[in-house]
Write a protein that binds this ligand. Structure first.
Ligand SMILES: C[S@@+](CC[C@H](N)C(=O)[O-])C[C@H]1O[C@@H](n2cnc3c(N)ncnc32)[C@H](O)[C@@H]1O
Length: 269
């Protein structure tokens, strides 16, 4: 469906909830980059995440074409979810991007809402898919625009590694889920050799001369932005601790859609 307007909502802005014990700041990321110390021209704030995906939005959907790098994701989520919940459960696709996963879940019979900080990504999704509601969240907002216990399921496909205040956002996801609700999240699998290369590159970028060189080449500069913003890089045990602190119990983990990704199936306690 084309020509559909993108709905902006101010409702993500709200009072910050009290902090939770484990956060991306207090837990060691294997990236080892403290945001405040990073010397690059872009900060790794929520604004930087939005800027990165607004820039990527025009080309992102191509990854979902047949044989594309993201092509296996929608089916993976549909199959993984079908093990635990049948349609028409209400699902939030947090960080829905261009909406391909939301659309696949919707076509399976689930009632799906998506939200994302990137207006560019959401606009792409609204342009393609008309039967799911995709909402733009203001960067820096702190409250999801949904009432407590709205959803039976939340999914976050390759999103949590970008989130600035991870413990707070996980708390928000726990809030909008019903007790006993499921949360399916994919995160980078740090055992994959490509992730080792990414870690080495991210460390190299903390040296000003390397950073300056990267910024001089547009394609490399975009990859450098990705490395700076995709910063929550924890081993599986670290994710489990972080999820537990936000009120989620790990039901299972597995590699999913790509050997570079690990799927956590979590239950909101
Ligand atoms: C790698 S893309 C994945 C998009 C989609 N989930 C998929 O798998 O195709 C990451 C998405 O997360 C979104 N995102 C990152 N941080 C976010 C946050 N704090 N709140 C909402 N969306 C966020 C980005 O804007 C981007 O669209």
């Amino acid at each position: 469906m084309t020509g559909r307007s993108v709905r902006m909502t101010p409702a993500y802005v709200g009072e910050r909830r009290p902090g939770r014990p484990v956060s991306s700041e207090t837990q060691d990321s294997v990236w080892g980059i403290a945001r405040a110390n990073f010397p690059g021209p872009m900060s790794t704030s929520a604004e930087a995440v939005r800027d990165l995906f607004d820039r990527k939005s025009g080309r992102f959907s191509a990854g979902y074409d047949r044989g594309g790098v993201f092509a296996a994701r929608p089916r993976m989520f549909v199959e993984a979810l079908s093990e635990f919940r049948s349609p028409p459960a209400a699902i939030l696709d947090f960080g829905c991007g261009t909406g391909h996963i939301a659309q696949a879940l919707s076509q399976t019979g689930y009632r799906v809402s998506g939200c994302d900080v990137s207006a560019g990504m959401v606009a792409e999704g609204q342009h393609r898919f008309g039967d799911v509601t995709l909402t733009v969240l203001p960067a820096g907002g702190t409250r999801l625009p949904y009432a407590d216990g709205t959803f039976e399921v939340a999914v976050a496909s390759s999103v949590l590694e970008y989130v600035e205040d991870l413990s707070h956002v996980l708390g928000e996801l726990a809030r909008v889920l019903k007790t006993g609700g499921l949360f399916l999240a994919t995160v980078p699998n740090l055992r994959h050799p490509r992730r080792w290369v990414e870690a080495a590159s991210a460390r190299a970028l903390t040296w000003a001369p390397v950073n300056a060189l990267a910024e001089a080449v547009p394609k490399v500069a975009l990859h450098a932005r990705y490395l700076r913003t995709s910063r929550n890089r924890f081993p599986a045990a670290g994710w489990a601790v972080t999820f537990a602190a936000a009120g989620f119990a790990v039901r299972s983990t597995r590699l999913a859609a790509s050997p570079m990704l690990e799927l956590f199936v979590l239950e909101r306690r």
